[in-house]
Design a protein around this ligand. Structure first.
Ligand code: HEC
Length: 476
């Protein structure tokens, strides 16, 4: 045996013991321990080639990269780690390499997408952003009343009506469980609001106060507003009592009316596994009638198990916070927060499994692997995924008149990476992405008023977060 190879083999033998003893390890530690020596602490290269220059001698896709890591290459100059690392650890190292590569690019794109005095220059058009409302709270949903005033939900459990200067707070709204990222979520008006007055909110609400647990869970609630008071309340979706207290996070919800049906989403609530279980309400998207009845053509209405939630539309969805219908095709697009990496854009079709947590392009926040699998028979692949994560939130297909160059494009809000991006699609294929705005905090919701103006709901991080509503206008 060649002397160098022998040394490497011995060194690897030590790694094997160390890695096994401390498994599971965060991927940063794995990289530092096993790879940084040759590939540099940030992947820029050294004795081994750069992992961030987009030059992949052995193939650029994840499977090819995984093969090199497992089998080694270059007559042993790149050691084989197949015996040392589990498949899911190799996947987590690939996520790390993608982070090394994409973070600086994302930072540069964000710098380029900052405005000057509310003016923005972008690839196809210039525009201005005007603040139309702000408040100390985390605003969530925004819709427009027939008289053009804005109606907003806030996470702490408030419903607010404002024209930008005169603001009314609605009294008697449902009490919510406001903790971490859960509380009152999206709000929308019934498509026939002008005649029936129905307003819908998705809110995480406490259950029976006499029980041991606090039993919070997402509910879909509708009501009307009479004399600035919430009235005629109806709870049109509630989970079964055993499914309350599903968790303290990721119960978030987006609402969408389409062809008379109400669609809503519930995140995985923390533990991912119930996302695959049709008898649990977390990690799903749902479809109901406007009064809560189950449509007879929902995908699981005839399921043999009595406990299956008949309102389920799709499953295996980690945390869907964006829903939008593509105007030309009528297809329903959905964005889903991944863990660390693996934010997804999907097209929702009834009864489909989107894979969480069996299949993901991401890893856990602490660097632990979630799954070695990125594809699986019976699981729908995403249309695209963002790794590293942008913390993708709301989406909106632009069809207004102000920006003809954006017609049919998908606007995408990012919370964690704090920006608005524009996706150009050809049919269902994403052909390009552009960051439009990057200096207004976490972008949560995108709404359009009757005239086709685009509004963004944002907030800043911090203990007493302040939220802003901005209107986009073409620069004339
Ligand atoms: C002893 C030095 C050394 C160590 C340690 C090492 N590598 Fe390598 N690596 C190399 C060399 C040299 C090559 C180029 C081999 C070739 O192109 O045939 C390489 C190639 C690669 C490639 C393929 C690059 C391409 O262009 O296709 C990947 C991916 C990779 N290494 C990842 C890793 C990871 C992940 C680790 C840690 C688990 C690691 N390497 C540890 C030396 C090393």
């Amino acid at each position: 045996m060649h002397r160098l190879t022998l040394l490497l083999t011995l060194a690897l033998a030590c790694f094997i013991t160390a890695v096994d003893a401390q498994r599971p390890r965060a991927h940063e530690a794995l990289y530092a321990q096993l790879c940084a020596n040759c590939h540099g602490v940030d992947g820029a290269g050294g004795q081994g080639p750069s992992l961030i220059d987009d030059v992949w001698t052995h193939g650029a896709d994840d499977a090819s990269i995984a093969r090199v890591i497992a089998q080694g290459s270059g007559a042993g100059t790149m050691p084989a780690y197949g015996e040392v690392l589990a498949d899911d650890q190799i996947v987590s190292l690939i996520v790390l390499m993608r982070e090394f590569r994409n973070r600086p690019q994302l930072d540069a794109a964000k710098q380029a997408a900052a405005g000057t005095d509310g003016r923005y220059k972008t690839d196809l058009t210039d525009f201005t952003l005007t603040e139309v409302f702000s408040i100390d709270d985390i605003l969530w949903g925004l819709d427009f009343l027939p008289d053009d005033r804005m109606i907003l939900s806030a996470k702490s459990g408030r419903i607010i009506i404002t024209d930008g200067s005169t603001t009314t707070e609605i009294s008697g709204v449902p009490a919510v469980h406001d903790e971490g990222d859960i509380g009152m979520h999206d709000l929308i008006l019934h498509p026939d609001f002008a005649t029936n007055g129905w307003i819908y909110v998705a809110a995480v609400v406490d259950g029976d106060p006499d029980s041991d647990e606090r039993r919070a869970m997402t509910e879909i609630i509708r009501g009307r507003i009479r004399d600035d008071r919430w009235s005629d309340e109806e709870r049109i979706f509630q989970a079964r009592p055993e499914h309350r207290a599903a968790g303290r996070a990721r119960l978030g919800s987006r609402l969408l009316f389409h062809e008379g049906y109400l669609y809503f989403t519930i995140g995985d609530g923390g533990p991912g596994e119930p996302s695959q279980d049709l008898t649990a309400p977390t990690g799903k998207t749902f479809r109901i009638h406007d009064d809560g009845r189950i449509p007879i053509n929902n995908p699981f209405v005839d399921h043999e198990s009595a406990n299956v939630y008949r309102a389920i539309w799709t499953y295996g969805n980690r945390n869907v916070q964006g829903l939008a219908i593509q105007p030309d095709t009528g297809l329903m697009f959905a964005t889903e927060h991944g863990p660390r990496g693996g934010d997804e854009l999907n097209i929702l079709t009834p009864g489909t499994n989107y894979g969480w947590p069996l299949v993901t392009f991401g890893i856990d926040y602490n660097g632990q692997p979630v799954s070695a699998l990125q594809h699986m028979p019976g699981v729908q692949d995403p249309l695209l995924h963002w790794t590293p994560s942008i913390a993708v939130c709301d989406i909106h297909f632009y069809t207004g008149v102000d920006f003809p160059a954006w017609h049919g494009d998908l606007l995408v809000a990012a919370l964690g990476q704090e920006h608005l991006r524009r996706l150009k699609l050809k049919g269902t294929q994403v052909i390009s992405q552009e960051l439009l705005i990057s200096d207004i905090g976490r972008v949560r919701s995108i709404s359009e008023d009757a005239e086709g103006n685009i509004y963004l709901v944002t907030n800043h991080r911090g203990e007493n977060p302040r939220s802003h509503v901005y209107r986009l206008a073409r620069k004339h």
